[in-house]
Design a binder for this molecule. Structure first.
Ligand SMILES: [Zn+2]
Length: 374
């Protein structure tokens, strides 16, 4: 959340210091002259802190757990960690991490406060997700899957998405990639028999494998952030045929709907959304995060979305995939949204390759994402 605390007064700061100190106690261990033995101080108590009204505690948590910048989750493959526990699932923040300045633990250090006690954890963990904004990058869909496993996904409040300006002629190709990807997801999730709560499950999931393809990453995340219509609705006016049935609702805060209607290079986004059954509802009067380098940045906010955005716990679900949704085909919806898509279809089925760099910056791995159709 942008507004954490406008004017953090001394009282709040003192409380923060006391919480932070308990995390550092074990490490800092001030070296005093050793004789006579100093009695072990009693463990810190938070009775005064816990006497504060819960709203004030919430402000303090958000203040303490706000990173001050965007968080771009990256699945951590730090060798020290994977050697110790090959199946440990940990994400670090790509923004606070680089090869020259490695910081695999920026987030877990920040979350130290949440480990003070059971009650503080229960109170403060949602504040971490509420206070921060997550960027959609190669591993964000994987991160969201992990949050779903941990029953925390509903706590995410702000997600920054980047929509690239694309020439309309690419719409059909993007749709082909997406259709194939969503079928992969559905097939993988119904095929996989082992424990899903594992690194192996996540790293073999199509969302992870295709994470480096921007459009697939974007729509994989958006499908998780949309609200599900309980009953499919149809566009009431122009297209009376049922091939425009929407199953999901996406609310995007933008300056003006003209942003999307005026720029031909943003139309692909609406056509693809419609084809996936996502009705994009614009909320006007909200600034873009950026509008440069052939892309725009929009912050999705849970507050603007219908509260049931997390209803579809399962990703594949048959919604938006091929003919999985009551006979409504992705291509039928795409054609209804933009008849020109029919002329854009190509017979060129290819793969996209991209490279992931290991989080120590030394290793790399190529990923092939296939878009073979039918
Ligand atoms: Zn790492």
């Amino acid at each position: 959340m942008e507004s954490t605390i406008d004017d953090p007064d001394m009282v709040l700061n003192n409380y923060l210091t006391s919480i932070a100190d308990t995390e550092g106690d074990m490490v800092q261990g001030t070296e005093l002259p050793s004789s006579p033995p100093i009695p072990t101080p009693p463990p810190p108590e938070f009775e005064h802190f816990m006497k504060l009204p819960v709203e004030i505690r919430g402000y303090i948590y958000e203040f303490a757990l706000f990173t001050g910048q965007i968080i771009r989750p990256q699945l951590c493959d730090h060798s020290g960690m994977t050697l110790n526990n090959a199946n440990e699932i940990k994400f670090h923040d790509q923004v606070q991490h680089s090869r020259l300045h490695p910081n695999h633990a920026a987030i877990s250090n920040l979350l130290g406060i949440t480990r003070v006690s059971k009650q503080i954890r229960a109170e403060s963990l949602p504040c971490f997700y509420a206070a921060n904004t997550f960027a959609i990058g190669a591993d964000t869909a994987t991160y969201f899957m992990r949050l779903k496993q941990l029953s925390r996904f509903h706590m995410v409040r702000h997600v920054r998405l980047t929509i690239e300006l694309r020439r309309e002629k690419w719409t059909a190709e993007i749709l082909q990639h997406l259709t194939h990807h969503l079928r992969d997801v559905e097939a993988y999730e119904s095929w996989y028999q082992g424990e899903q709560d594992t690194r192996i499950y996540l790293c073999n999931h199509p969302h992870y494998i295709a994470g480096g393809v921007p459009e697939l990453a974007l729509f994989s995340c958006l499908r998780m952030l949309t609200s599900t219509f309980t009953t499919p609705t149809t566009e009431s006016n122009s297209n009376s045929k049922s091939n425009t049935a929407y199953t999901h609702n996406l609310v995007l805060p933008i300056p003006s709907t003209r942003t999307f209607t005026a720029y031909a290079s943003l139309r692909w986004f609406l056509t693809v959304s419609a084809a996936l059954g996502i009705h994009v509802h614009f909320l006007e009067g909200h600034a873009l995060v950026y509008n440069d380098q052939g892309r725009i940045g929009v912050v999705w906010r849970q507050a603007f979305q219908k509260k049931n955005f997390d209803v579809s716990a399962k990703e594949g679900g048959g919604k938006g995939n091929g003919k999985g949704n009551g006979g409504v085909d992705v291509w039928d919806r795409a054609l209804a949204a933009n008849p020109a898509v029919g002329d854009m279809q190509r017979d060129r089925y290819e793969r996209t390759a991209y490279m992931r760099v290991s989080c120590d910056g030394l290793g790399y791995e190529w990923f092939d994402v296939w878009h073979l159709e039918q």
